[in-house]
Each structure stands twice: as structure tokens, then as C-alpha cells.
Design a protein around this ligand. Structure first.
Ligand code: FES
Length: 260
């Protein structure tokens, strides 16, 4: 059986020049985006193909599988936008369609300068912890994000976002119009805690998190910046044992900001 090459993924000839590769990537990343009828798996596959080519790696070594499975082009993760809770995500796209700044992000990724296209920034697949609770899923489930994609969740509960340079995870989520939980925004509580299931998020300062929490992948989204290209993150985990005790009343900081 013929092995799929990165050029196949971008739908171009293997002798395509640099400009053709960039143009194809612009087109394919838009087609593959979940908000444009693609899927998270396909989006990652296109990105991986582009990086494989631009890194100058041997096409024969390209592995089109995403997390051990082939991108299936299944339907986008969109739906009812039902996430809610203690300051947790709620759609803020205004019209109830679930369309968020993902569209703008896809446009940025496809319409920007060549250099920007080459450096898309870390891609974060996010999932609301409330979805785990409502479906009886566990953070430790190996197929957690595959189940999330199959569940056709709303974009405020599950989707993709791209983090810009020197941007924290929380800032990126807010740029997309999401309202992820937070209070102090300075590493002094656990309201903004996320569980990093795949990839790595670094925090620049010491925090209230103990070593055990950090070893389990718990990070604070208000000060955490992704340092790997692809991440899977469960947000809104502040109610978990150990973290709940570290939470601060968000209202107190809301009023402080209002008084500024
Ligand atoms: S909001 Fe308090 S540590 Fe992030």
C-alpha cells in the first residue's frame, strides 16, 4: 500500500516549490479547521505535513497518524455550547452560533505573512472538565480527547486554539472569546488551573501548586505558556480535591478590577 506523503496531505506535487507549499498550506489549514468543516485530527495532520516539508525532512519518514490514529476528517467539534459553571467557559461569540475567533485565527494563519505561516504557534486542544463530569470520563482516560471529538461538543467546551508568542494559555483563551476561570491572575490561587494531558506548559514563577500537582501535569493557565507545538489541556479543574482549597473568590478580584 502506498504510504501517504506530506505532499499528499497538502495536495501538491512532490516537486512543488516553496511558494507553492506555502500557498497549499494556507488553503489546506483553512479547509481542515474544525470551524470550516474539517476536524481537529485533520488540522493537526495538515500542520504536521507542512512542518515536515519546511523542516526539510525526508518525505518517506512522514507519519500521517495523529496520536496513533489516522486523521479521519470527521465532523467538526461544534454543537450546543452548553458549558457553564463557576466562572467557567461560556460562549461569548454573541450570536449563539458557537462561531468564535477560531475563524479569525484560521484567517490569520492563512492570510498572514509567510513567516507567520511558518510559525503557527502552539496548538492547544482544550476540553472543559465539566464535560468529563457529565459523561463520566476520567482525566486518565487514554482516549479522552478522541471521545470528546466524537461527542460533538460546543466550541466553548472542546476545540482548538493557537497560542501566540509570549501569550499565556488564559490570555489565548480570552482572545478567542472564552471565559475560562481565574481570580488573581498571578499564580496565587488555583482558580485558573488546567490539567496538561499532552505537551508541556511552563510557569515562570513559583506558585501555590505543590510538586505532586505539577508532576501530575497541573498548571496555572494565567501564568503558563506552552513550550511544545501540540497540547491537550483540560481546563476548569479548580474543583478537584487539593485545588479547591487553593481557590480564591473570583468576585473579590472582579470588584478590585472595577475599582481600578
Ligand atoms: S488566577 Fe490565580 S493563579 Fe491563575
Amino acid at each position: 500500500m502506498r504510504v501517504e506523503s506530506p505532499y499528499d496531505v497538502l495536495e501538491i506535487d512532490a516537486d512543488a516549490d516553496e511558494d507553492a507549499v506555502v500557498r497549499a498550506y494556507r488553503r489546506r489549514v483553512k479547509e481542515a479547521h474544525p470551524d470550516h468543516g474539517g476536524s481537529i485530527a485533520e488540522f493537526k495532520r495538515v500542520r504536521r505535513a507542512y512542518e515536515h516539508i519546511t523542516d526539510g525532512r525526508d518525505p518517506e519518514t512522514f507519519d500521517a497518524r495523529i496520536d496513533g490514529r489516522r486523521g479521519d476528517g470527521s465532523s467538526a467539534s461544534r454543537g450546543d455550547g452548553s458549558a457553564s459553571g463557576d466562572g467557567a467557559a461560556s460562549a461569548s461569540d454573541g450570536d449563539g452560533t458557537g462561531v468564535t475567533a477560531d475563524d479569525a485565527e484560521a484567517a490569520d494563519a492563512t492570510d498572514g505573512a509567510d513567516e507567520e505561516d511558518r510559525d503557527l504557534g502552539p496548538t492547544v486542544e482544550y476540553l472543559d472538565f465539566e464535560v468529563l463530569e457529565s459523561h463520566g470520563w476520567q482525566l486518565s482516560d487514554e482516549d479522552l480527547f478522541e471521545k470528546a471529538e466524537a461527542a460533538d461538543l460546543g466550541v466553548d467546551s472542546h476545540g482548538l486554539l493557537v497560542v501566540e508568542p509570549r501569550e499565556t494559555l488564559l490570555e489565548a483563551a480570552e482572545r478567542y472569546g472564552f471565559s475560562w476561570p481565574y481570580a488573581c491572575r498571578g499564580g496565587a490561587c488555583a482558580n485558573c488551573a488546567v490539567a496538561v494531558v499532552e505537551g508541556e506548559v511552563e510557569m515562570p514563577v513559583s506558585t501555590v501548586l505543590n510538586d505532586e500537582m505539577k508532576a501530575e501535569g497541573i498548571r496555572l493557565s494565567c501564568i503558563g505558556e506552552p513550550v511544545t507545538d501540540d497540547l491537550q489541556v483540560v481546563f476548569n479543574i479548580g474543583k478537584l480535591p487539593g485545588l479547591a482549597e487553593l481557590r480564591l473568590p473570583a468576585e473579590q478580584f472582579e470588584s478590585a478590577r472595577a475599582d481600578d
